[in-house]
Ligand binder design. Sequence first.
Ligand code: NHR
Ligand code: GAR
Length: 205
Amino acid sequence: MKKIVILISGRGSNMEAVVHAARQEQWPARIVAVISNKEEAGGLEFARSHGIATAVVPNKAYASREAFDAALQEAIDVFAPDLVVLAGFMRILTPGFVAHYEGRMLNIHPSLLPLFPGLHTHRQALAAGVARHGASVHFVTAELDHGPVVDQAAVDVMPGDTEDTLAARVLVQEHQLYPRAIRLFIEDRLSIDNGLVRIAESTAS
Ligand code: NHR
Ligand code: GAR
């Protein structure tokens, strides 16, 4: 049974999608904790009501990114996870923290990487005038939103789209994409070869 810790900062709808998929599809994995850097994150209530341990490590309480990341790492490692999942987690992580979870930390980023790393991706996509936009799941590396990509999902950009309508269309895809990608990790089907993700064939009969 693999153990997953999910990091959130807000609503937590991707975290919910992962919790539901793990249960419905009976993954050989358990979400052992949901940890937020914000006390008011809506997703914490969902986790509590589903019997999942929660913790808050408020970044505001720490004088430096290094001090915050050290506290966060301590809170995570209590649960000895096989995988750390960033789900709308909004703090940039220091290289030392990233190295500690190398090859076992995933993020979902709301753009078709390598397009539009960083913040306000839906605004960036609209400003660039792309016809398609989407979301990417990638392994987390020290360089922001540049880690090896596991999988992506695309949506059409529609005439009249606003940041909100586009974000909502992408989010529907995220809720399918992220559980699917995490499941590949849980099934030991992901490897990184020369900075590229390889996906092994399913051995399930
Ligand atoms: N850390 C590293 N080292 N590498 C990545 O790939 C990371 C990461 C931390 C978070 C998620 C990411 C996203 O999917 C993520 C990937 C926050 C910011 C940011 O600028 C950028 C990208 C992502 C998350 N955060 C501001 C900061 O100063 C704070 C913004 C806020 O609090 O609202 O940390 O997009
Ligand atoms: C999602 O769209 C996720 O891709 C994005 O924030 C939203 C979180 O929603 N992540 C980032 O922008 C990371 N910087 P959720 O809390 O409901 O999962």
